[in-house]
Design a protein around this ligand. Structure first.
Ligand SMILES: [Zn+2]
Length: 307
């Protein structure tokens, strides 16, 4: 038994990290509620696209909560050449999430009401990018992994990413409630050499201690992942209370955030060469900047840039 019962906690718009030291495993649990509604309300996506984005956002929160650098960024991008969805982008920075999907509405309407991942993407790829300052380095480091979009869901594809591209035995589960207002996820990983380093290239995939943790993780029900009345720490306790030690690694509140505020847009435009700006400006002296995350256009007056 773990030595201390975990106390009750936030159940929505949060991520928690945990470790099972005796099993050399670590994990994350996330649940999104109002944040999901806020992100989706910027778009008017049909249900299958809204659910796809909800799943992607829960995964992005799970992966983002793994960043060691509090100012780091995690970007998840799925794309195809001939799918109904041609681009899905989500990112995480300092607890802030955002995302959007570009898709063909006509082709979506012609297809099944609950299209499979393959029906949405066809042959596609998932790219996961970590931008962070790692301990011991003085500047930001970018690490990107790309895997084919295979399996039943994006969660499957992320699990393949860790297992194939990273050689880390992993379990990834995501659930969305029936109304699409709550998304929850669990990520479990086996790290026999500890938390650090990409040197563990020869990890064995048949550790009995990992099998034990994975089997416990697989008992999580979709209804538990999305139950707003069940705190994340309570869910953690429910899954692993028979373990010798469950170490809580902290909670991260999650919010909806975008970096397209007018001051930021002006500062980016001010750095362009004058001839480049001249090509963007319309007859009225404005440059129209799109933010696809917010579904907004920002008209910026060139005269106000002061350049
Ligand atoms: Zn924006």
């Amino acid at each position: 038994m773990a030595s201390q019962p975990l106390h009750n906690d936030a159940a929505l718009d949060a991520a928690i990290g945990f470790a099972l030291p005796a099993r050399h495993a670590r994990g994350r649990l996330v649940r999104l509620g109002p944040v999901l509604d806020t992100i989706l309300s910027a778009h008017s996506y049909p249900a299958p696209i809204a659910r796809l984005l909800a799943e992607a956002l829960a995964l992005t929160a799970l992966l983002g909560a793994m960043l060691k650098d509090a100012g780091g960024q995690l970007t998840m991008q799925a794309q195809t050449e001939a799918g109904i969805v041609d681009l899905l982008v989500c990112d995480y920075k300092a607890g802030e999430l955002r995302g959007y999907v570009r898709f063909d509405a006509e082709r979506l309407a012609e297809g099944a009401a609950l299209p499979s991942l393959f029906a949405l993407f066809g042959k596609g790829y998932l790219a996961i990018t970590f931008d962070q300052v790692v301990p011991g380095a003085d500047k930001a480091e970018r690490y990107q992994g790309i895997v084919p979009l295979e399996g039943e869901s994006l969660a499957d594809a992320v699990q393949h990413f860790f297992e194939q591209s990273e050689q880390i035995p992993s379990l990834v589960r995501v659930a969305i409630d029936a109304d699409g207002h709550v998304a929850g996820g669990l990520l479990l990983q086996h790290l026999p050499e500890g938390e650090e380093g990409r040197e563990r290239l020869h990890t064995r995939l048949d550790h009995p201690e990992w099998d034990h943790v994975r089997i416990l993780g697989e008992t999580v029900r979709p209804a538990e992942l999305v139950d707003p009345a069940l705190g994340l720490e309570d869910l953690l306790w429910r899954l692993f209370h028979e373990e010798e030690e469950v170490r809580l690694l902290g909670a991260t509140p999650l919010a909806r955030g975008c970096r397209c505020d007018p001051a930021h847009v002006r500062s980016v435009l001010a750095r362009f060469a004058p001839e480049e700006r001249a090509e963007m400006v319309d007859a009225d002296g404005f440059i129209n900047v799109d933010c696809e995350f917010c579904s907004k256009v920002f008209p910026v007056s060139v005269a106000e840039l002061g350049v």
